[in-house]
Design a protein around this ligand. Structure first.
Ligand SMILES: NC(=O)c1ccc[n+]([C@@H]2O[C@H](COP(=O)([O-])OP(=O)(O)OC[C@H]3O[C@@H](n4cnc5c(N)ncnc54)[C@H](OP(=O)(O)O)[C@@H]3O)[C@@H](O)[C@H]2O)c1
Length: 405
């Protein structure tokens, strides 16, 4: 579903969504698709990916083949280990089940030799494609290789040998175009529409990648799509590795300036442990293949309430009109401020197409509701305890300055 889009770069979006015609899914899916022995996972050195890896290790007996952006296996293994250790997820007893694969989403055949690619394609039972270049500054052209062509290579891997189901991590932001905002509500049955309202190159790359997955599905691939809203730290420990997230940057900017902008927005947040548990639980259900799932918080927090909770953690913040606050931010970023780099990045993020201030449609999620019913997997409330855990982790990690009171 595509509306005509005019952009300065005049990308032919129709052409972008064409899946290589040699990718087809004639062979039946792996018999092990729901009780897999060998799982392929991308993005395990990232935030959500580490928790997906942990959940897969915890809830299955499978070996997890992790694609890591390195040129050598030992370095890939070390990267994974260091990352899991930082997040408190490392468990040496499971090390033998983590199989690092040095490669690159942005390269043909994922940067693997033809024989390695073919051998993997024969071995794997299921694929979780979660990796991608998450960057709100870069244009579509710079993100295409990893996010779009990388997804095409994943679909090629799924097609070769026995057909392997694909679980693809997408974003609710693919619905932030005008069409869906005007419609008011989006459901898991809706196909995201690209229109001029969808400005971010990153979100466009996620949109194109989804179209490729949908085309593969039409060609016979069993695939599920998980669209998630902003993922935040662990609900108990507050742990995150997502330092460049706009919300973290915004809270840090407010604390550094001692003020916050007056905004009448609801802030979407979804703890990473909830997202990973929900995704893996849904992915284990055979009926999930062919479906999309929306993962969002049923009660996002109003910005002012969030600020009150941050204040309660010891940061006295005063309110400013949005324009005045932006001006203060710009001045501080240009001045000799010790954190000017961080403030300048926040300024640039707020000036670039971002999803914070965008009006959003309402979401519906009957598929996710049905799939998670009775599983005990429920979204934790966004309350004082959660925000205090987030602030405490960010402070202990040295990301936030110590509170003044
Ligand atoms: N975080 C959110 O709020 C959010 C919301 C909606 C959807 N999502 C989606 O969730 C997924 C995970 O996001 P995240 O927040 O966990 O992102 P992240 O922390 O930036 O992790 C991205 C992962 O993808 C890997 N990657 C990037 N380019 C690669 C390449 N060329 N080859 C191989 N691996 C590559 C990264 O590897 P390196 O470590 O080498 O960089 C990293 O492991 C993404 O698909 C994202 O679009 C995230």
């Amino acid at each position: 579903m595509m509306r005509e889009v005019s952009t300065a770069s005049a990308v032919d979006w129709q052409a972008e969504t064409v899946l290589d015609s040699t990718i087809g899914f004639q062979r039946p899916p792996s018999a092990q698709a729901t009780e897999p022995q060998r799982i392929f996972l991308t993005g395990a050195t990232g935030f959500l990916g580490a928790y997906l890896l942990d959940e897969l290790l915890r809830t299955s007996k499978a070996d997890i083949y992790c694609l890591v952006r390195e040129d050598e296996r030992a370095r890939a293994a070390q990267r994974l280990r260091t990352h899991l250790e930082r997040l408190g997820l490392w468990d040496g007893s499971r090390e033998g089940r983590i199989i690092p694969i040095a490669g690159d989403l942005a390269m043909p055949l994922l940067g693997l030799s033809r024989s390695r690619f073919d051998a993997l394609a024969e071995q794997l039972d299921v694929i979780y494609h979660n990796g991608g270049h998450v960057n709100f500054f870069l244009p579509y052209a710079a993100l295409k290789a990893a996010n779009v062509l990388g997804t095409q290579e994943i679909l090629r891997l799924a097609a070769y040998g026995q057909t392997k189901p694909v679980h693809y991590t997408s974003s609710m932001a693919v619905f932030f175009g005008r069409t869906h905002i005007d419609a008011g509500r989006v459901s898991e049955l809706d196909t995201p529409v690209l229109d001029p309202g969808l400005k971010s190159g990153y979100v466009r790359s996620k949109w194109v990648a989804e179209q490729l997955v949908l085309t593969a599905r039409e060609r016979g691939l069993p695939a599920a799509i998980y669209r998630t809203i902003r993922i935040t730290g662990h609900s108990r420990t507050g742990v995150t590795s997502n330092w460049t997230d706009l919300l973290n940057r915004l809270l840090k900017g407010c604390i550094l300036l001692g003020s916050y902008p007056s905004l009448t927005i609801d802030v979407p947040m979804l703890p990473v442990d909830y997202v990973s548990r929900a995704m893996i639980c849904l992915s284990r259900q055979a009926r999930s293949l062919g479906r999309a799932f929306h993962l969002f918080h049923p009660r996002p927090i109003p910005w002012r309430e969030l600020v009150c909770m941050v204040r309660a953690s010891g940061y006295p913040l005063v309110e400013r009109g949005y324009d005045q606050w932006l001006l203060e931010l710009k001045r501080a970023a240009a001045a000799d401020h010790p954190e000017r780099e961080s403030l300048a990045q926040l300024w640039l993020l707020l000036m670039s197409p971002n999803s914070l201030l965008v009006k959003k449609p309402q979401y519906d999620a009957p598929n996710a509701r049905e799939g998670l019913e009775g599983t005990g997997i429920v979204c934790p409330p966004i309350d004082e305890a959660l925000v205090a855990a987030y602030v405490s982790f960010l402070r202990t990690a040295g990301y936030l300055p110590p509170p003044s009171t």
